[in-house]
Write a protein that binds this ligand. Structure first.
Ligand code: IMP
Length: 187
């Protein structure tokens, strides 16, 4: 697979590499301003493995100050491609959240069930605040109670891959985000 050229794999490129980087720079500027009063070590970025790896890497490097990062791995039970909101922690955070400003970094919010569980779980650990950033948001999530403070792009309700997002663990290293050609999947 050529990770720089999606031709042949994707039916549509929904967000280009350039658009992703431009939007992450805008969001980083907003975060820098919103957390300007946070002291050293107070802001913690929490990434959800594995999809958020690319967003975390590029967003954190767009920030103008040092920031700490930690990771969680969770598995969401669901039927088929739908999540149920019943979540199991596969890897927990290594740091204590008490008194810290937590910014959850997500790749995509679809139904928002996973995120809603995650927000309550982290809020129960005594942080100063919990906010959410997602690169992509699908329409259903826009109607949810979960407040996503920073949204990169609102996209249509289609299954997308690239920039961390997978289909059967493949295509995470595509530089753009797009809809997968069914022929590329079935061969
Ligand atoms: P939610 O609980 O329905 O919001 O599901 C969120 C999780 O489902 C994401 O973190 C992804 O792992 C996965 N997911 C949702 N939509 C897509 C997609 O279009 N492509 C790849 N993974 C997706």
């Amino acid at each position: 697979m050529d990770a720089t050229d999606a031709a042949g794999l994707l039916t549509d490129v929904l967000v280009t590499e350039e658009q992703i980087h431009a939007r992450l720079a805008e969001m980083a500027a907003e975060i820098a301003s919103d957390y300007a009063d946070a002291g050293p070590g107070e802001l913690l970025l929490v990434g959800v493995l594995k999809g958020a790896v690319m967003v975390m890497a590029d967003l954190s490097r767009a920030l103008p100050f040092s920031v700490q990062m930690d990771w969680m791995a969770i598995s969401s039970y669901g039927s088929g491609t739908r999540s149920s909101g019943v979540v199991r922690i596969l890897k927990d955070l290594e740091v204590d959240l008490s008194g810290r400003h937590v910014l959850i970094v997500e790749d995509i919010v679809d139904t928002g069930l996973t995120l809603s569980w995650l927000v309550s779980n982290l809020e129960s650990r005594g942080p100063a605040s919990v906010r959410v950033l997602t690169l992509l948001r699908k329409p259903e999530a826009a109607t949810l109670d979960v407040d996503v403070r920073y949204v990169g792009f609102d996209i249509p309700d289609a299954f997308v891959v690239g920039y961390g997002l997978d289909f059967a663990q493949e295509y995470r290293n595509l530089r753009c985000v797009g809809t997968l050609d069914p022929a590329a999947v079935t061969g």
